[in-house]
Design a protein. Structure first.
Length: 138
């Protein structure tokens, strides 16, 4: 299941993700993964949450990013939740909506049904392409 948390900078998307990740870590019988650019949140997340820094792997651009997330999901069938903060920061310097759409639709196909993938997207909802608005969490 794919979910998008959408809002402009400063809207509280990261705080929401951290809260959801920590709640998932308490309730999950599997693994919870949090992906971000950098390690800013390492002290905010529960110690059981696996924090992945995309900078350590040289991830930039939506093609690499999509492959990276797919690899994480494929490499561990015990992942119950995956949270991604700063989707556009990792996907590229400019807001590449085509790349975002391709990645979201690909993840919707390959993510196991029982795995919840939540991405934060710095954008107004009305700016998103119609093809991914169905994934937006209100």
């Amino acid at each position: 299941m794919i979910k998008l948390i959408v809002g402009t900078k400063g809207a509280g998307k990261t705080k929401t993700l951290v809260s959801q990740a920590n709640a998932a870590a308490e309730a999950s019988k599997g693994n919870v993964v949090f992906v971000e650019k950098g390690m800013q949140l390492q002290y905010d997340l529960a110690t059981s949450v696996r924090l992945v820094n995309t900078e350590e792997y040289g991830i930039s651009g939506f093609e690499k990013f999509c492959g990276f997330l797919s690899g994480i999901l494929a490499g561990n069938y015990d992942i119950t939740h995956m949270f991604v903060d700063g989707t556009f920061k990792i996907g590229g310097k400019e807001k590449n909506y085509d790349g975002l759409v391709d990645m979201v639709l690909h993840l919707a196909k390959v993510a196991p049904q029982e795995t919840e993938v939540v991405l934060s997207v710095s954008s107004d909802e009305e700016d998103l392409p119609d093809s991914i608005k169905q994934f937006v969490v209100k």
